[in-house]
Design a protein around this ligand. Sequence first.
Ligand SMILES: [Zn+2]
Length: 292
Amino acid sequence: MPIEQEYRGRFAPSPTGPLHLGSLVAALASYLDARAHRGCWLVRIEDIDPPRELPGSASQIIQTLQAHGLVPDEPVLYQSSRIKAYQTCIATLRQQGHLFACSCSRHQLRHHPVYPGTCRNTAITDSEPALRLRVDERSIILDDLIQGRQNWPISTCVGDFVIRRRDKLFAYQLAVTIDDAFQGITRVVRGCDLLDSTARQVYLQQLLGFPTPDYAHLPVLVNAQGRKLSKQTGATPVDDARPEQNLWNALCVLGQNPPNGIHLAGVVEILSWARDNWNLSHLPASPEITMH
Ligand SMILES: [Zn+2]
């Protein structure tokens, strides 16, 4: 009899501010998809970019999740505790000859959506400004569970990408890839704004010999102007005092058609209804949902 692989999912916010409805939707979807598969659900705080972070928001996010009944099955993983692992993977990639030192400034690259290859043959010294990964000609093909088949010829649509920044901080792409493998994540449910990142993450998985999880990219909530709900666009923080209403709103956004009146039930009842009725195919297969 084949051994069924245990489902492991996660929600991985950056602590850049409180959760708003858009991020609650992503948290809830990853939670429900895991629960509907009798799987494990984890929370990972992606705190490796201090200049962008807001002190206190990691604990605020965890508190908001808790208020909504979204409690992870294992202790929260903080990426700031994982620096050694990132350094080890960089050493491996460097040894395999995949990296080069890049001293291009943002200004120099401003007209290049794809890196033009300027420093491709620059040897790495101890004072290198940034480390970039030299990509080959392969295509990354992925069957996203919501957005359908994706085909990324990596050299023309992404190009050589940064894995350690000029300020010595590790790139998001590197840390996510390493920690999804470290935590044994089998399915990633997250917003469509990260769909393009997936090509880089799958490419890194292939180089580092990590398995590729399944991916389901949710439509992203945008305002009437078509801009993603975020702190920058003035999205209001989720109010921890009315979790039932917030969960009901999030379920509506996710196309799950929660029955009228269920928002009057408790958080536990709403989540258990939502788990039992969870259907990924009810999600709109579009990259965006406009909120009015
Ligand atoms: Zn360069």
